[in-house]
Write a protein that binds this ligand. Structure first.
Ligand code: FAD
Length: 509
């Protein structure tokens, strides 16, 4: 052993960085070990030709504004980051298209505006929509209470303050929206965002969906002017400024134990760092499967991890176009191109390689200066459900397959919106589940953690946080943790896990 730390964080993704920053600010000696040469994990950017592409951040939820701060605004304020970052706000919630039906719906932010627009599209939906937002707000408050209490939940307090939340807490989105008598078309428009949870609305937890949707519609979405890289580097700088250490190009190979207790880590190159507390910004699938000797992994940990289903796999097309948004007629920030608005049918579409659905983000409509004058950056973002990609793609057919899928998605966008972009492509990069598996270190190219489905969703995961802490002093943060995936969840997971680690430490004193 050659160097000793209070806590070692494996991985400098969003959650790992926030965990480390919380811990150094509490006076802990912290080391982050990151396999890549930059911080951020998926929160990064890359350059092709004269374009710099944002890798992942198209929607930052839960940020809000000074007047209406979301959880991320409050977290960044606490960490003294606000005046070091610059955000722009997106004006419309989403514009969703159905390829099968040739219809489209453009929805605004703000509860009243959203309900008003919905009533225009789907007459007599207002009453049910109103009930939805009231219920969603109660669910959000209840979840905030649960997250703050973790293992000390007062059942009477819950019953007294959140009675409707308790009634719906075990039900799916479809069940609750049907019970609210929401017209089907209004349900389909409202649940446009189901794809990010990796489960169709017949299986998705109502509370999970409703709380996210409530934040989304009330707080809107923000994008940092200088891309997610700006946040990642700021977090890394703040960690180092506060005495933390970050070692890049330092992939961890193994977690070390002494007398069956956490003792440190060994890197692929053989270097060893000592600590009795580890936070892994990785999946339990990878950590239990590859980083810890089999006989040291508790049976229950393996059983639970193996019972979880991997979530959605990522697919992205990054385009640099040699025309301006005005020349191209690209006036929206986001175009949700769904084959079908019914999430169950759409889930089936996305479980095959024929999937041509995607969300198309026009980055210049958020940040006009994000590419050289007279050009446009467009990102196609899609999700494949299940292991269809890794099952069918081989080393031999990989390049052919990925360009066929990308071509199909671009053509579907052009056909559906009538906007032509293909002749103007100057740069193209296609990232597949294989790319994301290699870059993030996550199984099968999953970018949204384990699937939140049936009884394995946000609430039970939050309530069983301590039960799932199978190896003392080894904690998990990030997309595979209880708060599930996405930027805001990862940041909040980093904060929560840092606090739990501080508690673990106190318990030892
Ligand atoms: C194309 C794309 C678009 C997305 N769009 C959005 C969006 O618009 N909004 C949103 O909220 N979310 C979006 N997401 C999801 C979001 O990026 C993730 O949920 C979030 O970044 C996950 O953060 P994380 O902390 O779990 O870490 P990750 O980003 O998964 O980072 C894990 C880190 O661990 C490192 N690592 C892995 N193995 C090792 C090892 N052995 N040793 C050392 N280090 C290791 C990796 O290099 C990486 O830095 C998108 C994701 C993708 C891929």
């Amino acid at each position: 052993m050659n160097d000793k730390f209070d806590v070692i964080v494996i991985g400098a993704g969003n959650a790992g960085l926030i965990s480390a920053l919380e811990l150094v600010k509490s006076g802990k000696k912290v080391l982050i070990l990151e396999k890549e040469n930059v911080p951020g994990g998926f929160a990064t950017s890359f350059i092709r030709g004269r374009f710099e592409f944002e890798s992942s951040l198209n929607t930052l939820c839960e940020y809000g504004s000074k007047e209406s701060p979301g959880e991320i605004y409050k977290l960044f304020e606490k960490l003294d980051l606000l005046d070091k970052l610059d955000f722009t706000t997106i004006t419309d919630a989403f514009h969703v298209y159905s390829i099968d039906e040739n219809v489209n719906y453009k929805m605004p932010f703000g509860i009243l505006e959203f309900m008003e627009k919905m009533e225009e599209y789907v007459p007599e939906s207002r009453n049910a929509m109103k009930k939805f937002f009231v219920l969603a707000e109660e669910a959000k408050e209840a979840l905030t209470y649960l997250a703050s209490q973790k293992t000390n939940v007062d059942a009477d307090y819950l019953k007294r303050n959140f009675p409707d939340f308790l009634k719906v807490s075990t039900h799916t989105v479809d069940k609750v929206l049907d019970a609210l008598k929401m017209p089907k078309r209004a349900q389909e428009i409202l649940t446009t965002y189901w794809i990010y949870f990796g489960s169709p609305t017949s299986k998705l937890s109502f509370v999970h969906f409703a709380t996210m949707m409530f934040s989304y519609i009330t707080k809107g979405i923000q994008i940092p002017y200088k891309k997610s890289t700006e946040i990642s580097f700021l977090l890394a700088n703040e960690i180092e400024k506060n005495g933390g250490k970050i070692k890049y190009l330092s992939p961890v190979k193994e977690i070390l134990f002494k007398d069956k207790k956490i003792a440190g880590v060994m890197l692929v190159d053989g270097r060893i760092f000592e600590s009795s507390h580890i936070i892994a910004n990785l999946s339990p699938t990878f950590v239990y499967g590859k980083m810890i000797p089999n006989f040291l992994v508790p049976k229950n940990a393996l059983k639970l991890t193996n019972s979880r289903i991997l979530g959605a796999r990522g697919f992205a097309i990054y385009l640099g176009l040699n025309q301006s948004v005005e020349d191209l007629g690209l006036y929206e920030y986001s175009y949700f191109i769904h084959e079908n608005l019914n999430s169950n049918k759409e889930y089936q579409n996305r479980s095959t390689l024929k999937n041509c659905s995607s969300v198309v983000y026009v980055n210049n409509n958020a940040i006009p200066s994000c590419s050289p004058k007279g050009t446009t950056v467009v990102t196609f973002f899609s999700l494949f459900m299940g292991d269809v990609f890794s099952k069918n793609v081989t080393e031999k057919n990989y390049f052919d397959m990925k360009s066929k899928i990308a071509t199909r998605m671009i053509e579907a966008f052009e056909r559906t919106t009538g906007i032509v972009i293909t002749p103007y492509i100057e740069e193209i990069e296609i990232a597949t589940p294989i790319t994301f598996a290699r870059y993030g270190g996550h199984p099968d190219g999953v970018i949204y953690g384990y699937k939140a489905t049936g009884m394995d969703n946000l609430i039970p995961r939050l309530l069983s946080l301590e039960e799932e802490n199978y190896i003392p002093n080894l904690r998990f943060c990030g997309g595979f943790d209880a708060l599930l995936s996405g930027y805001s969840s990862a940041y909040l997971s980093g904060e929560m896990v840092a606090k739990l680690t501080l508690k673990d430490e106190e318990g030892e004193e």
